[in-house]
Structures are given as structure tokens and as C-alpha cells.
Design a protein around this ligand. Structure first.
Ligand code: MSP
Length: 530
């Protein structure tokens, strides 16, 4: 993507019926890393996240706590969902709540438009509903209950009984969009990624689409339909609209034209809403469909999708309190192939923290800065003539930077990190092979040539670290910032987040003469894990 283009990316908006767990945090840090990368690449970037506050799930959570739904969501959003962004160092540009006027009013505008265009009609409905999913379930996701729910039909995802709902609803003519959707997936093969998600969506739509119930009349916690206020808009379609209302749909055309369409990153559990229903709604309204939908996998704990309702939920702070937010971000983004499921375990987290962060990256940074302090009084040395081994490092840095950028374009964050990590591994090997301490000894005993060689070796390490700081800053903003300052780069080159990431692989950016300062261990030893 050429620099300067609009890059609008979203997380799903989360249900604040309960507190966040590491699965929610996973989506948010992934989107944040992608947004930071593009922002640093000079793209006109906008990252949106937020909360999905209507619907029956919320109504019941509030009732169970003896407060109004508005009080419940206000409390949860303020006490748990805003703080999550700080806990995980997420630099979102906006946070939308579906109870905000900017959303509610323009959702009504949108549905009035669909109604006026003839895409909505009234009908009777009877089907099994899962409040956990906030969805009428298709046959394929209904299973027989076991244990306490023996004899009942339960949701395949939540394992909780389904409720038979029978009411007058308004329907959206989703069935009319089958051909246009299939055409969309065919002409834009990247619309749904990865391929496994695309295949699932294509096969689902190929089997034919049923019209979608878009209103409910048995409760009132939602946005009223503008032409029939006895109905509230179905929570899922209300929620999908957030992506448009947050960037000015219905209120600020200029901003909307600048930002829309968006890239949506979602968990695979909510892929169909985003890749089928959402584009159909947009087509019906005469708006552009999203740039693309990327479905990531689930975090599994003990082999099952982690969730609060199944009591496998882990709070993000349980991890960040021990390992820090950079380690959280690094771990989930590097250890799980983005798009596939991944198992979480404390042992794996702890082992990778020690091997990759503390011993790999952290140690490289400490050793290099300490040696420049010791052998060159804290001044980045001028490199002398480069040998083949030094040029190899330069090539590795250039390749890693361009491969990482290509991977990020494809939303493959894990691949990008593994390309960047070739620099960490190569530099650690380079230090071992070049033995700067031995060169220092020889130069102390008067061997001038070795002094020059020592300068080249340490410049190579410091410049490699400069590239690493730039390339890793979207993933680990805190430790890279510390490294950036310690290398003297902040004083000479300006703020880390202003360094053009797509030029990170160029050699010779760190200026000889920069002042290197002490660097506390970036990833201190963790004595005990939970
Ligand atoms: N409110 C809807 C989304 C509306 S978007 C218009 C919703 N909310 S949610 O809070 O239940 O989940 C939101 C997202 O959290 C999921 O799509 C997924 O991205 C993430 N995850 C929730 N549990 C997860 C795991 N166990 N693993 C990975 N991601 C998980 O659905």
C-alpha cells in the first residue's frame, strides 16, 4: 500500500456484560499492532474499538445485579473496558459505545434508509435463540444438552439451553444478496481472510440465505425502529453499524468519505456477521462494502475456547502484572499463527519470555549498550571497513524489514515477528563469532587495527538494534522506547513512533557519535509465575 492511503481498522465491539479476558485482549493487541505499523508507515491510519451495549445479554446481567442496563454498562466500561486499553498499551484513535447518541441516531437513519428502499418487511418468527450469542441459531449449531440440560436443545458454542422465541419481527431481505455476495468473494479473493475463513463463508452463502430478523419487540433495551417504536433494532445489526457511525456516517460525510471502508479483524466466531450480513446491509444502503474481514482463531485453554461463561477466563492483568504488557503483546502475536487457534499455557508463556525476550532480544540490547559504554565511553563508534560478515548482517536487516512489511500487509503478524527475529538471532550469533571483548583486549595492548574492528562490530550491533527498535515498536512499544533512548537515537533522530517503518531496513541510520546511556534489563527475570 503506498504511504498516505487511508487505513481504517477495527476490533469487534465487546459486550461489557462482563469483564475482559485474554481472548478480548488478543484481538485488541493484534489490531493495535497492525494500526501502529501502518501509522508508522505514514498511512492515514484510524483505529477503532468500543463496546456493544444493547441486547438481552446486557439486560439480564444488569437485572442480576439489581441495576439498570445503562448503570451496568457505564460501570463495566469505566471500571474494566477503558482500563484494558491501558493495561495492554492500545493506542486506539476512538472508542465507540453503542449507547452514544452519535451511534443511536445514525443507526436509525440507516435503517430508515433500508426501509425506504424496500429491503425491510414485517413478518412472524419462531426460532431458537441463544442469548450468549445474541443469535437465532441455525440447525448446524444446535445440539442436545447433557448433564443438567439433558433433554434440552443447547447452543453448540455456549452449551446453554436455547430459548424458543415467537414474535412479530421486521426482516431484512438478506436472501436477495446471495449472488452479489458470491460475486464479491469471487472478484475480491482477499475480502475474507485467511483462506479457511473464506471457504467457510463461500460454502455457507452458496447454500442459500434466509432473510434476517432485525427487530425485537419483547424488551426495550435497544434502539427503537424509527417507523415502529414498539420494536428495538436487533443488537447485532445495531452493533455492526458502529463501524460506520464512528467515522461520521449520517453526521459527517467528509470524515466518512475519508475513512470508509474499513478492515475488520474479528474472532472466527463472529465471521458470518461481518462477511455476510454486514456487506449485504451496506449493499442495500448503497454504501461501499468493507476493505476486508480477517478472522483470527480462538485462544484455547485446556483444549476449549476460553470464555468467562465456561470459567476458563483469564484476566489480562494476571499476565501483565507478572510479565508486563510488551510480553503479553509479543507472546500472543508471535506464538499463535494469526488466523489459527492457539493454546495458552503459563509454561509456554514463561519459557518464551525467558528464551526469546530476556535471553534473546533483552540480552542483545544490554550487551551492546554495555560494551559501547565500556569500550567507547558511551559514544556510538564510527564503523571502519565492513567485512563480508558485517555485510551479511546488513542484508539480513534489509530482508527482515521488507519481509515483515509484506507479512503485515497480509495481516500475518506472527510471520512478521519471525522475520524480524532473524535479526535478533543473527546479531547474537555475530557477537559470539566476533568476540568484541577479545578485540577490546587486543586493542588495549596497542593493536590499532583491532580498535577499528571493535568499532565496526559494535556499530553493527547498535545499528541492528536501531532497526529492531523501529520494527518492533508496533509490537512492544515500551521496551523499544527504552532501547531507543538508551541508543541515543531519541536525541539524534527524534521520536521512535515517527521513524518510517518501511525504511527501517536501510543501513547507517544511527549516527556515530550518539550518546549511549545505561539500559536496565528490558525483560527482568520473573522469579515465579502464577
Ligand atoms: N459484541 C459482539 C461483537 C460485535 S462487533 C460488531 C461480540 N462480543 S464479544 O465480547 O463476545 O467478543 C468479541 C471478540 O472477542 C470476538 O470476536 C473475538 O475477537 C474475541 N474473543 C472472545 N473470546 C475469545 C477467545 N477465547 N479467543 C480469541 N478471541 C476471543 O461478539
Amino acid at each position: 500500500m503506498p504511504a498516505g492511503e487511508s487505513f481504517y481498522i477495527t476490533t469487534p465491539i465487546y459486550y461489557p456484560s462482563d469483564v475482559p479476558h485474554i481472548g478480548h485482549g488478543y484481538t485488541s493487541v493484534a489490531v493495535d499492532a497492525l494500526a501502529r505499523w501502518h501509522r508508522q508507515g505514514g498511512d492515514d491510519t484510524w483505529m477503532l474499538t468500543g463496546t456493544d451495549e444493547h441486547g438481552q445479554k446486557m439486560l439480564r446481567a444488569a437485572a442480576a445485579n439489581n441495576v439498570t442496563p445503562q448503570e451496568w454498562v457505564d460501570k463495566l466500561v469505566t471500571e474494566s473496558w477503558f482500563p484494558l486499553l491501558e493495561t495492554l498499551d492500545v493506542a486506539n484513535d476512538d472508542f465507540i459505545r453503542t449507547t452514544q447518541e452519535r451511534h443511536e441516531k445514525n443507526v436509525q437513519t440507516f435503517f430508515q434508509r433500508l426501509y425506504d428502499r424496500g429491503y425491510i418487511y414485517a413478518g412472524e418468527y419462531e426460532a431458537l435463540y441463544c442469548v450468549g450469542c445474541e443469535e437465532f441459531k441455525p440447525e448446524s449449531e444446535i445440539v442436545d444438552g447433557t448433564g443438567p440440560f439433558e433433554g434440552l436443545k443447547v447452543c453448540a458454542i455456549h452449551s446453554k439451553p436455547l430459548e424458543l422465541l415467537q414474535e412479530k419481527n421486521y426482516f431484512f431481505k438478506l436472501s436477495e444478496f446471495q449472488d452479489r455476495l458470491l460475486e464479491l468473494y469471487r472478484t475480491r479473493p482477499d475480502f475474507v481472510r485467511p483462506d479457511s475463513a473464506r471457504n467457510e463463508v463461500v460454502s455457507f452463502v452458496s447454500q442459500g440465505l434466509k432473510d434476517l430478523s432485525i427487530s425485537r419487540s419483547t424488551f426495550d433495551w435497544g434502539i427503537p425502529l424509527p417507523w415502529d417504536e414498539s420494536h428495538v433494532i436487533y443488537v447485532w445489526v445495531d452493533a455492526l453499524l458502529n463501524y460506520a457511525t464512528a467515522v461520521g456516517y449520517g453526521s459527517d460525510q467528509e470524515t466518512f468519505d475519508r475513512r470508509w471502508p474499513a478492515y475488520h479483524v474479528v474472532g472466527k466466531d463472529i465471521l458470518r456477521f461481518h462477511a455476510v450480513i454486514w456487506p449485504a446491509l451496506l449493499m442495500a444502503a448503497g454504501l461501499e462494502v468493507p476493505q476486508g474481514v480477517f478472522a483470527h482463531g480462538w485462544l484455547l485453554v485446556g483444549g476449549e475456547k476460553m470464555s468467562k461463561s465456561k470459567l476458563t477466563g483469564i484476566a489480562p492483568t494476571e499476565i501483565t502484572d507478572v510479565f508486563g504488557s510488551d510480553a503479553y503483546r509479543y507472546y500472543f502475536l508471535s506464538a499463535i499463527a494469526f488466523g489459527q487457534d492457539g493454546s495458552f499455557s503459563w509454561e509456554d508463556l514463561s519459557a518464551r519470555y525467558q528464551a526469546e525476550l530476556a535471553n534473546g532480544f533483552g540480552n542483545l540490547a544490554s550487551r551492546t549498550t554495555a560494551m559501547i559504554q565500556k569500550y567507547f565511553d558511551g559514544v556510538v563508534p564510527e564503523p571502519a571497513d565492513y567485512t563480508e560478515k558485517d555485510l551479511e548482517i546488513q542484508q539480513i536487516v534489509a530482508d527482515a524489514a521488507s519481509k515483515a512489511d509484506a507479512s503485515i500487509e497480509q495481516f500475518r503478524i506472527d510471520e512478521a515477528i519471525s522475520s524480524i527475529w532473524t535479526i535478533v538471532d543473527a546479531l547474537n550469533g555475530y557477537i559470539t563469532a566476533n568476540e568484541p571483548w577479545a578485540l577490546a583486549k587486543q586493542s588495549n595492548s596497542g593493536d590499532e587495527a583491532q580498535r577499528g574492528r571493535l568499532g565496526t562490530v559494535l556499530y553493527t550491533c547498535a545499528e541492528g538494534l536501531r532497526a529492531l527498535a523501529v520494527l518492533l515498536s508496533p509490537i512492544m512499544p515500551q521496551s523499544t522506547e527504552k532501547l531507543w533512548v538508551a541508543l541515543g537515537a531519541a536525541a539524534e533522530l527524534g521520536a521512535l513512533q515517527d521513524q518510517p517503518i518501511r525504511e527501517a531496513g536501510a543501513w547507517g541510520v544511527l549516527r556515530p557519535g550518539s550518546t549511549v546511556t545505561a539500559l536496565a534489563p528490558l525483560f527482568p527475570r520473573v522469579e515465579q509465575t502464577a
